[in-house]
Each structure stands twice: as structure tokens, then as C-alpha cells.
Design a protein around this ligand. Structure first.
Ligand code: PEP
Ligand code: MN
Length: 324
């Protein structure tokens, strides 16, 4: 946003007033009149409130690159289940068998989770790692979710699998590695279901929002943004969970945002404190990897919560529901 000052305006006083409102500016040099460029780390303000400052002649705001995202509701529900509370999206990294997903769904549902996650198609760093059981896993997951009254959230990895995954899923997850795979976003959006869009591990907030715009433009009924950590220099956590971005999405953009502390930290011991922090920052839900036997998990065992600590976390985050 650019503010143009009146010819006789006291620029220092205008800047002081802006600072008073938390607005950072830098002067643009060379024009006929004094202009102030609003820095991106300023709060989002209504241009008319800036025009009201004495000495401000005009305010020009660029068009939003994501008008559909701007109009998106702050909260959503999927087939009658609100994604709020906070919502607990829980389940294994990968779906390993019908028995495994059933046992996990049973325990997480009893703890108050109405959302079952799990990977049938797994994006793995190594081509030699387990890639998921595909349609069989989707079938097992749908059956378990239906048995315990849960909604299914699962990742679609490739364009050609979209229709297949959509037959089983209530929410189509697009993973971090595919946040800007626009061909996949378009195809997934076209089935008109809600999408859960994980943040790319090096994506700016603006890139993430514009990826969300793709989803809405091409037909998704809703977009839920999922912060899952960004790349950092510190190997003591798997990623750096960016709760500043969560606060911005929740409080500045007023969008549904959930947080995945499992991939965010890659450490089971940090899931509970980071889940609490996520909710405090404005997340409407958390996505937590859970496993009944983390020691034998086919993927991401070290960051999966076993059933008891998951139930304790659920009881803390949703005290009114009462975990069993
Ligand atoms: C997942 O949630 O299963 C997953 C692979 O996460 P991400 O895309 O955030 O790495
Ligand atoms: Mn995982």
C-alpha cells in the first residue's frame, strides 16, 4: 500500500501517527510528492482509516492476488462436523493394515477425535521407502472412519489418483511437497470437496495463499491451511513450526488454519506443547500423527503419539468433550 501525502503535510507527524497504529513505512524517494510505502509486516488496515490521518492525500492499495481466499469463511464444517473446538485430526502417518487403522480410529474417536488422517499414497524422501498401500488403504480407512463416526482426511499425491482418492475421502489433503503443483491443485479442486493445503516447506505466506486461491478458483468447496513447519538451519527439530504464520492466517486473514506439530517438530515430546501453542495462536485444529505401536510404524514412528498421551492431549484441548 502507498500513501501519498498532501503538499504541506508534516511527514514526521504522519509517520508518528502510523507508528502509533503499528504501521511500518519507508519513504519513496524521487516523486513530486512525499509517498510512504507500507511495509509488509504492518497490520492489515482499512485504507479509509489511513485516509483519515491529517496530511494523507490518497491511499493506493494493490488488488489482492487472492480475492476468493479473502472471501473465504473463517470456519468450516464438513458434512455436519465443524472443524473447530479445536478439531483433532488424528491417525497414523501411513495406513498399514485394516486392523491398524481400525485400532487407531477406535482409540482416537474415543478420545474425542472426529477426523481420521492417514496416508494411502505416501510422499517419501527416499524412493526405497514404503510408499503406501493405495486403494486398499483407502478402503480400510473409510471403513474405520465410518465405524467410529469420523471424517476422512487423506493425501492425494498424483493427478491420476484424484478421483480414486475422492471416492473415499471427505477432505483431500495436498502435501507440502505439492503445494505449488498447480496441475494437481486444479484436478483435486475440480472434485469440489474441501481441501487441506499443507504449506510448502519453503513457501511464503503469499505463495501459500495463492495456492489456496487456485483451489477455490478451480472448484474446491473450502480450503483449510495446514502449517507443518518450514525448513530451518537447526537439526534439533525436523522443521521450524511457524506459529507466526498461523496467527496471521487466523487473525489477519481470518481463515481456517490447522497445525501439524508432528511434522513440524518431528519429535513426539514436543507435540503436546506445540499443539497448545498452535491453539493459542489461533489454529482451529491440530493434525497429530498417532500410532498404537509407534515402534513398529512403517513411517514416522518417532513423531507419532501413542493412544494414551493422545487421549491426555485431547482431554486438555477439548475439556468439554471428556476423553475416555
Ligand atoms: C503427511 O501429513 O502425511 C505428510 C506427508 O506431511 P507433509 O506433506 O507435511 O510432509
Ligand atoms: Mn508422516
Amino acid at each position: 500500500m502507498i500513501l501519498t501525502l498532501e503538499a504541506r503535510a508534516d511527514a514526521q507527524r504522519v509517520r508518528a501517527e502510523l507508528a502509533e497504529r503499528g504501521v511500518w513505512v519507508s519513504p519513496l524517494i524521487g516523486g513530486a510528492s512525499v509517498q510512504l510505502l507500507v511495509e509488509p509486516h504492518s497490520p492489515r488496515l482499512d485504507p479509509s482509516s489511513l485516509l483519515a490521518i491529517a496530511g494523507v492525500a490518497s491511499v493506493s492499495a494493490p488488488e489482492s492476488p487472492h480475492p476468493l481466499v479473502d472471501g473465504h469463511p473463517a470456519s468450516i464444517e464438513v458434512d455436519g462436523i465443524p472443524l473447530s473446538g479445536p478439531a483433532l485430526i488424528a491417525g497414523p502417518c501411513s495406513i498399514e493394515s485394516a486392523e491398524q487403522i481400525d485400532a487407531i480410529a477406535e482409540r482416537t474417536a474415543r478420545a474425542g477425535s472426529r477426523w481420521l488422517r492417514g496416508g494411502a499414497f505416501k510422499p517419501r524422501t527416499s524412493p526405497y521407502s514404503f510408499q503406501g498401500y493405495g486403494e486398499a488403504a483407502l478402503r480400510w480407512m473409510r471403513a474405520a472412519a465410518d465405524r467410529y463416526g469420523q471424517r476422512v482426511v487423506t493425501e492425494v499425491l498424483a493427478e491420476q489418483d484424484v478421483e480414486l482418492v475422492a471416492r473415499y475421502a471427505d477432505v483431500l489433503q495436498v502435501g507440502s511437497r505439492n503445494m505449488q503443483n498447480f496441475a494437481l491443485l486444479r484436478r483435486a479442486a475440480a472434485v469440489k470437496k474441501p481441501m487441506l493445503l499443507k504449506r510448502g516447506m519453503a513457501a511464503t505466506l503469499s505463495e501459500w495463499l495463492q495456492a489456496g486461491e487456485y483451489c477455490l478458483l478451480y472448484g474446491a468447496s473450502a480450503v483449510v491451511f495446514c502449517e507443518r513447519g518450514i525448513r530451518s538451519f537447526d537439526p534439533t527439530t525436523r522443521n521450524l513450526l511457524d506459529l507466526g504464520a498461523v496467527a496471521q492466517l487466523a487473525h489477519v486473514h481470518r481463515l481456517p488454519v490447522v497445525v501439524d506439530p508432528s511434522h513440524g517438530a518431528g519429535r513426539r515430546d514436543l507435540i503436546a506443547p506445540l499443539a497448545r501453542a498452535a491453539v493459542a495462536a489461533g489454529a482451529c485444529g491440530v493434525m497429530v500423527e498417532t500410532h498404537d505401536q509407534p515402534g513398529s510404524a512403517r513411517s514416522d514412528g518417532p513423531q507419532a503419539l501413542p493412544p494414551e498421551p493422545f487421549a491426555a492431549l485431547a482431554a486438555e484441548l477439548q475439556p468439554s468433550k471428556g476423553a475416555a
